[in-house]
Design a protein around this ligand. Structure first.
Ligand SMILES: Cc1cc2nc3c(=O)[nH]c(=O)nc-3n(C[C@H](O)[C@H](O)[C@H](O)COP(=O)(O)OP(=O)(O)OC[C@H]3O[C@@H](n4cnc5c(N)ncnc54)[C@H](O)[C@@H]3O)c2cc1C
Length: 408
């Protein structure tokens, strides 16, 4: 017999799975519905947990920044790295801090290891421009100086012998870790199921039933599922779900191309970020080299030119990689929001609807706190972390949330 769910979560990427897990953990009935679409972001991710690096403007946007900044303006469709507001930094740090306990919880509830690695992120400084970029981050890091460390070339060589010696040094962010992103989503889903969630895979949500301003149910091709609350966790497709209840959600697909080497013995301890690319060696031995940031709609193609640029950047950072085979190349669609912050929580005038979308470059990192907060709101509780900066309403009010973390 099918149980009538209190909550239906639309989208089975890392965000939807995290929401389903935390909702089930609170004892609510929940159904997770997913239609796997080409380019879904969770399957493409590198699994970096980089609250500091992402907040101060490193990360996947860096690849084009330096080259393009030298050309004057960034061309259409190319991002520079953003520096994100304090509200984002606090959110990301809190979410990252949840991982150690979560990893144990998920191991117990799902039997899976999410391969959490407490490590750090090293920004390699190749030239004076890089030093000029890094110096203020070190001196006035919004995360506090104890979390950053300035490494001389000698210190870097000692810490990471496989990294190039052609550097002026490196800035280390000590709060930044990594995880296996696929395992994380799978473990959330399995744990949710073990806690009683119903998971409908290969099932497309085609409509949402609303009566007198209250969500009443969700439609799929096969069934009409009654519910009191629907959570929109549909990633880059979140606007389609919003459209079903008359809400305009300003999320767009932002393609990231990325590649992985063959399995290698452990050779890299920290994750690396440079002005060309980032690199992270995963638990299974592959070095992941990411990534582009492109506005090309729902095109999930992988282009030789991008592979060439990323490979060149990786070899520059770790010269021995020139003799290593690439095992796979792929791309995914980040759910980008206009200010790069997630879109969370309720919307005015509609009962029984919560957003959990727009996580852009940091959905893996921010999945635990997103899941927890949505579960708290779904239970009618006060969220344990402020959600105001992340409400959809911020776009309507024109409020400027983008106060830079590195200023003031
Ligand atoms: C190359 C790349 C590297 C990245 N690296 C990192 C990183 O290092 N660290 C980090 O934190 N983040 C990273 N990200 C970002 C991260 O992957 C995303 O923010 C995150 O995966 C978003 O998860 P999601 O669940 O919102 O979206 P998705 O994973 O896209 O999931 C949405 C799901 O909803 C489903 N869906 C859509 N419409 C419907 C419908 N009508 N009915 C049913 N199901 C539907 C989709 O098929 C999909 O399965 C990276 C992204 C890319 C592309």
């Amino acid at each position: 017999m099918t149980r009538t769910p209190d909550v239906v979560v639309v989208g089975g990427g890392v965000i939807g799975c995290a929401v389903a897990y935390y909702v089930a953990k609170r004892g609510l009935k929940v159904t997770l519905i997913d239609q796997p679409k080409r380019g879904r972001a969770t399957s493409a991710s590198a699994g970096g947990l980089w609250p500091l690096g992402e907040s101060v403007g490193l990360g996947c946007g860096v690849i084009y920044y330096k080259a393009m900044a030298g050309m004057g303006a960034l061309p259409d469709g190319v991002h520079g790295p953003g520096q994100l507001p304090r509200s984002f930094l606090d959110f990301a740090i809190r979410s990252n801090a949840m991982f150690p306990k979560l990893s144990e919880e998920l191991r117990e509830t799902s039997g899976m290891d999410i391969e959490l690695e407490r490590t750090s992120l090293l920004f390699l400084m190749y030239d004076e421009g890089d030093e000029t970029f890094a110096k203020p981050l070190w001196e006035r890091c919004p995360c506090g100086k104890d979390l950053t460390e300035w490494l001389t070339p000698e210190e870097l060589a000692k810490a990471e012998p496989a990294v190039t010696r052609e550097v002026r040094g490196a800035l280390r962010f000590n709060g930044d870790d990594q995880v296996n992103p696929y395992r994380l989503a799978d473990a959330f889903r399995a744990a949710a199921r073990n806690l009683g969630a119903t998971v409908l895979t290969h099932t497309e949500v085609t409509g949402i039933r609303v009566e007198s301003g209250q969500v009443k149910g969700v439609e799929t091709a096969a069934a009409s599922i009654p519910c009191n609350l629907v959570v929109n966790a549909a990633g880059a497709w979140a606007p389609e779900i919003g459209g079903m209840v008359g809400i305009a959600i300003p999320v767009r697909p932002v393609r990231g191309q990325i590649l992985g080497t063959e399995t290698l013995p452990k050779i890299l301890t920290a994750c690396l970020s440079t002005t060309d690319c980032y690199l992270a060696q995963k638990g299974h031995g592959e070095i992941i080299i990411g990534s582009t940031t492109e506005e090309v709609g729902f095109d999930v193609g992988v282009k030789p030119a991008a592979m060439k640029t990323l490979s060149a950047g990786a070899i520059r950072a770790m010269p021995f990689l020139k003799n290593v085979r690439l095992k796979r190349v792929w791309s995914g669609l980040r759910p980008g929001s206009p200010d790069e912050l997630p879109i969370l929580g309720p919307v005015t005038g509609l009962n029984g609807y919560l957003n959990a979308c727009g996580h852009f470059r940091t959905g893996i990192l921010n999945a635990p706190l997103t899941g927890l907060l949505i579960a708290e709101m779904a239970s009618g509780d006060q969220p344990s972390f402020p959600v105001e900066p992340f409400l959809l309403a911020r776009f309507a009010s024109g409020a400027d949330e983008r106060q830079m973390v590195t200023t003031g």
